[in-house]
Design a protein around this ligand. Structure first.
Ligand SMILES: *Cc1c(COP(=O)(O)O)cnc(C)c1O
Length: 343
């Protein structure tokens, strides 16, 4: 079975060996305050900096999920309220979670701008140019304003200019090609300073408490040790992000032109018309409910799992993950299937 589901998504096949290694060598039974375990956390953080080209002065912590990061931003980094310009289901959910913790007030009092860089639900993305514009506009507000970015379905798939935001996070079941249950949280010196000014320390996952623990390569609670080990092993294997970025963008350009040119007589069209808004890592394809249902079923019979639509686009789209763990051969198989389906 080949899967193009945009999360949980295809894991690197090597993960099977890494997991059995972790059990065989007793890594999953290590005490999380032991030197051996701390060494794994330290190496994982080092590899994240190296392979994803994260600035040396940006901090990294590992938590459980992106949803947890939404709450950490609201509880530990938001003074009054956060601002959530969104275009899809994940951005909307983030706003809903944040408002339960810090209810919305007047827009001009917002002190954190929350953006979803890659909206997995409809295959749109915020480019680095747009993010730079947000950075200019938002930091000219009174006082210091933070920008927090949900990059769940793009981190480790495309390259970012990390300095354009203060908080970036992603769970690992998308572009990292790993099983769910772990998330990477990256935060700038300004974000840490903000957390210290707020001084919020009421939760097991308060950012200050997490930061204090990670400074010693420890975690507040017994962490997902297997997940951390798998992340470390996958990071050892992947290419530097500049190379991954080039491959991802080459493949997304090819996929978009495939739909525009070779599939132009099919019952399907790209959901997003404006090429500048299209995601490089999640391609959303629109059609009638009947056509979407039929193609998903036929794909399944051909051994291919297409991603279901999500939120408002649940029954009228399917989605294709263009994540690094997916091979060129698998994409070719998908194209051949879609071509044969349209005839
Ligand atoms: C998948 C996804 C999430 C949710 O991640 P969890 O690990 O389930 O918390 C959040 N935001 C975006 C953009 C996603 O694609």
């Amino acid at each position: 079975m080949i899967t193009f589901y945009p999360g949980p998504s295809k894991v690197y096949p090597q993960v099977a060996d890494y997991a059995s290694e972790a059990v065989r060598e007793g890594i999953v039974s290590l005490n999380h305050r032991s030197a051996g375990f701390m060494e794994i956390v330290k190496e994982t953080v080092r590899l994240l900096h190296e392979k994803l080209a994260i600035p040396a002065n940006y901090h990294i912590a590992l938590v459980s999920s992106a949803t947890e990061c939404w709450e950490i931003v609201a509880q530990s980094l938001t003074v009054q309220a956060s601002l959530h310009p969104y275009s899809g289901a994940f951005g909307k959910k983030w706003a809903e979670y944040a408002y339960k913790i810090k209810p919305p007030i007047e827009l001009n009092q917002a002190d954190v701008l929350c953006l979803v860089q890659n909206e997995t639900s409809n295959g749109t993305q915020v480019t680095m140019e747009t993010l730079a514009q947000f950075r200019r506009d938002f930091s000219s507000n009174e006082g210091s304003a933070l920008i927090a970015v949900d990059a769940v379905s793009s981190m480790a798939g495309i390259q970012f200019d990390w300095t354009l935001a203060d908080v970036w996070f992603a769970s690992v079941q998308k572009c990292f090609g790993l099983p769910a249950g772990l998330a990477v949280l990256v935060y700038s010196p300004a974000a840490l300073k903000r957390a210290q000014e707020i001084g919020e320390n009421d939760h097991y996952n308060s950012l200050l408490f997490i930061h204090e623990n990670f400074a010693k390569f420890q975690t507040p609670y017994t962490p997902n040790g297997l997940g951390i080990y798998l992340l470390m092993r996958v990071l050892q294997q992947v290419s530097p992000i500049a190379e991954v970025d080039a491959v991802t963008k080459k493949r997304s350009a090819a996929l978009y032109s495939f739909f525009e040119q070779e599939m132009n007589k099919s019952p399907f069209r790209l959901l997003i018309d404006n090429p500048a808004e299209r995601s490089d890592t999640v391609i959303a394809v629109e059609g009638s409910e009947a056509a979407i249902k039929a193609v998903k079923q036929a794909a399944q019979q051909a051994g291919i799992t297409l991603g279901n639509g999500y939120g408002d686009w649940k029954t009228t789209t399917f989605r294709i993950a263009n994540f690094p763990a997916i091979t060129d051969d698998e994409i070719e198989t998908l194209k051949q299937f879609l071509l044969s389906f349209q005839q």
